[in-house]
Design a protein around this ligand. Structure first.
Ligand SMILES: Cc1ncc(COP(=O)(O)O)c(C=O)c1O
Length: 441
């Protein structure tokens, strides 16, 4: 991760020097402004950045279509088109002229109420609209909570592998990051002993992503309960990233972390991005599950409101459409998406078994991804996972995310949220690629 980061920073700095020289030596002028290095550093590793770098390795003369197995946005594929009901809801909200003004900073009341009711369906108690804060996608929700928790000397516990935005955002806010492992041999469960060992009096929170990105795992009720009990013992809050909620197709049903809100305060972050396959609509939420009023007492709720007062809001007409989208999406839309994901996950799992240098520790049961281990000792001529992915892009026009981008070097994250036939094609190309580069016995 470090070498990627350094390479990028060096080439960016070099680029800046060259262009200033071309501008007739304007570097000599003593400009008083300067870019914020902290931003460049915090954002050095992002999924999109790594994918862009891989795209640059594609062979322009390749006639076969590019197979993207690195993304988290299947909205362009026909099988993953959102429901017409959601599209109509947006059009009606827009045309009603009721949502042309600014929203209140926490979100408009009908939308907050709709999210509270929607999420309460899976909980043993009812959320109030006041527990819900509307955000610009799930991204702004996690930005809000990380910013709220950051104070000098504090640290946050993040899963490894995980979603690198947390590291980036925490790094920018000077919130120290400590990683606990997810255990591949244990269905990617949280290493709770590591959580206890890592935490100290400055630890403020731990993050769980369920269903999992990048592992495709789904935590069971009992495990989530243990997570809640551990967090309670440590006096820290749990940030539950449930952006892939209900995208499950294995034995374990989705259990929201909020179920354990009476054990420990929970902040859930989510959005309509994944379940409705509309990440571009940028509508998300941050929800407090806190029947004992601890978050309020600790000033967290006021800080969340403070954060939202000084940032922007999701577009008001989007919020206007939320009640219709959440209340009336036909069940068969979800059934179809989940069954497409299930079919793709199965193809993915079966085809991976045919590739000797790649092993999959557990069959994906949720989200859109699977993590697989790359055995480089069976291959000739690859330095690491990034090198493997660059050459795969170049030779086969298949894009796969190197594990280093999500915290696990020499692993790969494969997205199966794509048309099943393209997935099959992509994995066949990967198999041929691995066979071509296999070490001669
Ligand atoms: C684990 C996780 N959290 C949060 C997000 C951000 O979601 P959104 O697109 O709603 O901002 C993503 C997006 O890929 C994600 O994978």
């Amino acid at each position: 991760m470090e070498s990627l980061q350094k390479e990028r920073l060096t080439s960016e700095r070099g680029g800046r020097r060259n262009s200033s020289m071309e501008n007739g030596g304007s570097a000599l002028k003593n400009w008083r402004f300067i870019g914020n290095e902290k931003l460049t550093q915090a954002s050095a590793i992002t999924v999109r950045g790594v994918l862009n770098m891989l795209m640059e390795n594609l062979n322009p003369d390749e006639a076969r279509p590019v197979i993207p197995l690195g993304h988290g946005d299947p909205s362009a594929f026909p099988s993953f088109r959102t429901t017409p009901l959601a599209e109509d809801a947006i059009c009606s909200a827009l045309r009603s002229a009721k949502f042309n003004g600014y929203s209140s900073t926490v979100g408009i009341p009908p939308a907050r109420r709709a999210v509270a009711e929607h999420l309460s369906k899976d909980l043993p108690y009812k959320l109030s609209p006041d527990d819900v804060f509307l955000t610009i996608g799930c991204t702004q929700a996690l930005e809000a909570i990380v910013t709220v928790l950051a104070r000098p000397g504090a640290n946050i516990l993040l899963p490894r592998p995980g979603f690198p935005y947390y590291e980036a955002r925490a790094g920018f806010s000077d919130l120290e990051v400590r990683h606990f492992d997810l255990l591949p041999e244990n269905n990617w469960e949280v290493d709770l002993a590591a959580v206890e060992a890592l935490s100290d009096e400055n630890t403020v929170a731990m993050v769980v992503i369920n269903p999992g990105n990048p592992c495709g795992n789904v935590f069971k009720y009992d495990h989530l309960k243990k997570v809640a009990e551990t967090a309670r013992k440590l006096g820290i809050l749990v940030i539950a990233d449930e952006v892939y909620d209900h995208l499950t197709f294995g034995e374990s049903p989705f259990v929201p972390m909020g179920v354990f809100g009476s054990i420990v305060p929970i902040i859930t972050v989510g959005s309509i991005s994944k379940r409705w396959i509309v990440p571009g609509w940028r509508l998300g939420w941050l929800v407090t599950h806190d029947p004992n009023g601890i978050l309020m007492k600790q000033g967290i709720v006021d800080s969340i409101k403070g954060f939202l007062n000084i940032t922007s809001d999701p577009a008001t007409f989007m919020q206007g459409a939320v009640p219709e989208i959440l209340e009336n999406t036909p069940a068969d839309f979800f059934t179809k998406i989940v069954s497409t994901l299930k079919e793709s996950a199965e193809i993915c799992y079966d085809r991976i078994k045919e590739i000797p240098c790649i092993t999959c520790p557990s069959k994906p049961e949720g989200s859109m991804f699977v993590m697989v281990k790359l055995n480089l000792s069976l291959l000739e001529g690859f330095m690491d996972d990034t090198d493997f992915c660059c050459k795969l892009a170049k030779e086969e026009s298949v894009i796969v995310l190197p594990g280093v981008a999500v915290g696990l070097k020499n692993w790969l994250r494969i997205t199966f949220a794509i048309e099943p036939s393209s997935l099959d094609d992509g994995l066949s190309r990967m198999k041929a690629f691995c066979a071509r580069h296999a070490k001669k016995q």
